[in-house]
Design a protein around this ligand. Structure first.
Ligand SMILES: [Fe+2]
Ligand SMILES: [Fe+2]
Length: 202
């Protein structure tokens, strides 16, 4: 259950609300009893990038960003998911936010961040949505997502998806050139690691 927020300017209440969104996300996974995509670790890493980008773009609404961070992947589970998880996450986020006293006029901004975080069929239009989408991409580079995808594909004898994922993430980071520049050596290192990992067959 999310916390009640009566006033958008009530900073303490907004912090409580973000903490409650985090709890809602964590509780969902704990209730389901599985987390094969490692989302608990992923979103914690993404929150760091959300704060990093908000620190450098103070005109962004940090509350909107952090709420969207904790809700953006909430629609991934349960598996199998036939619907795009960005669509399911938006639906779930709307239900959560509508069900509480979160300021109604602030909800669309959060939902847009959630829906557009994949930079796919819906592109980020607001600064907050651009931050959320790129925090997602950047967090993949500073976490173990690519090697986990590669490990799963090797076990299933699939073509490696990690390359496409890396390319999309690196491409999308262009929205924040300073972050792209910071992460370029790591991106090149991941390319090398995944290539070498694929080359070894046991
Ligand atoms: Fe996602
Ligand atoms: Fe994500």
């Amino acid at each position: 259950m999310l916390a009640i927020v009566a006033n958008r300017d009530d900073i303490t209440a907004m912090r409580d609300f973000i903490a409650s969104a985090k709890a809602a996300f964590q509780n969902k996974i704990e209730t389901l009893g599985y987390d094969p995509f490692g989302l608990l670790q992923h979103v914690a890493e993404m929150e760091k990038w959300g704060n990093y980008l908000c620190d450098r773009h103070p005109q962004a609404d940090r509350h909107t960003v952090l709420l969207a961070v904790w809700l953006h992947d909430i629609g991934h589970y349960p598996l199998p998911a036939e619907i795009d998880h960005a669509v399911r996450s938006e639906q779930t986020a709307k239900e959560l936010l509508d069900g509480e006293e979160y300021p109604a006029n602030e909800i669309p901004a959060v939902l847009h961040c959630v829906r557009a975080h994949r930079c796919k069929d819906v592109l980020p239009e607001t600064l907050e949505a651009k931050i959320v989408a790129r925090a997602d991409s950047a967090s993949h580079m500073t976490d173990d997502m690519y090697i986990n995808i590669a490990r799963d594909d090797k076990a299933a004898k699939h073509a490696f998806r990690a390359y496409d994922k890396m390319e999309r993430d690196y491409r999308d980071l262009a929205a924040f050139p300073e972050v792209k520049k910071l992460l370029t050596p790591l991106y090149r290192a991941w390319q090398r690691v995944i290539t070498e990992y694929e080359r070894v067959n046991l």
